[in-house]
Design a protein around this ligand. Sequence first.
Ligand code: ADP
Ligand code: MG
Length: 231
Amino acid sequence: MTQDDYIIQAENLHKTYRMGATRVPVLKGVNLAVRPGEFVAIIGASGSGKSTLMHILGALDRPDMGVVRFMGRDLSGFGPGELNRFRNRQVGFVFQFYHLLDELNVMENVYLPTMASTGLLGWLRRRCWARGRATELLVSMGLGERLRHKPYQLSGGERQRVAICRALMNEPAVVLADEPTGNLDSATGNGILEILEKLNRAGQTVVMVTHDDRIAARAGRVITLADGKMI
Ligand SMILES: Nc1ncnc2c1ncn2[C@@H]1O[C@H](COP(=O)(O)OP(=O)(O)O)[C@@H](O)[C@H]1O
Ligand SMILES: [Mg+2]
């Protein structure tokens, strides 16, 4: 395969956090290549740098050294507007603690990425479509009766399903899930994994990080992050 055949490719990523005189080297030469339609799990102990890696893959953070390519294109060559579009449209983030906004209802949380990616005029033109898509996604996740509820009125599993809908809103090329079941009991976490599996069977590329072997085993491919490298 050539570089262009991968959705996401990371080469020799290095990242060190500096706090005063203290240096915490976290990534020490990470390589990773994800093909379209793959479900990849990255497993690593707590503190091994999984979230750091996900943030770099999704352009929420930059590596000190190394390259991330999206469909063959080096992210470091993207201008600010292009980077925002990449984060907003090509990547769908799912976090352990959902990161929903409690002031907004479920439907508004889901269409927020679309609102954020259009100007006012664009939003006026697209809001009908956006409401329709958000509703469709929420119904497909069994949340059709919850559209006007606030996140704090939902259970953990329901909140995570809302977060998955939000991640899917702009039809991202890749879903990046950072310990998506980490805050849930095992039955509820299982339901979330089933959703990710179903999305993947329908063609969605998924990269998930976890510290749990049993969860990682559900993915098509498992790679281990240890001592700052993939082993
Ligand atoms: N913003 C930061 N500043 C300083 N140290 C950080 C920062 N973020 C993470 N770290 C440290 O980097 C290491 C890896 O963190 P993280 O990527 O969150 O690991 P994981 O997600 O695998 O638990 C940890 O030792 C953590 O304390
Ligand atoms: Mg983490």
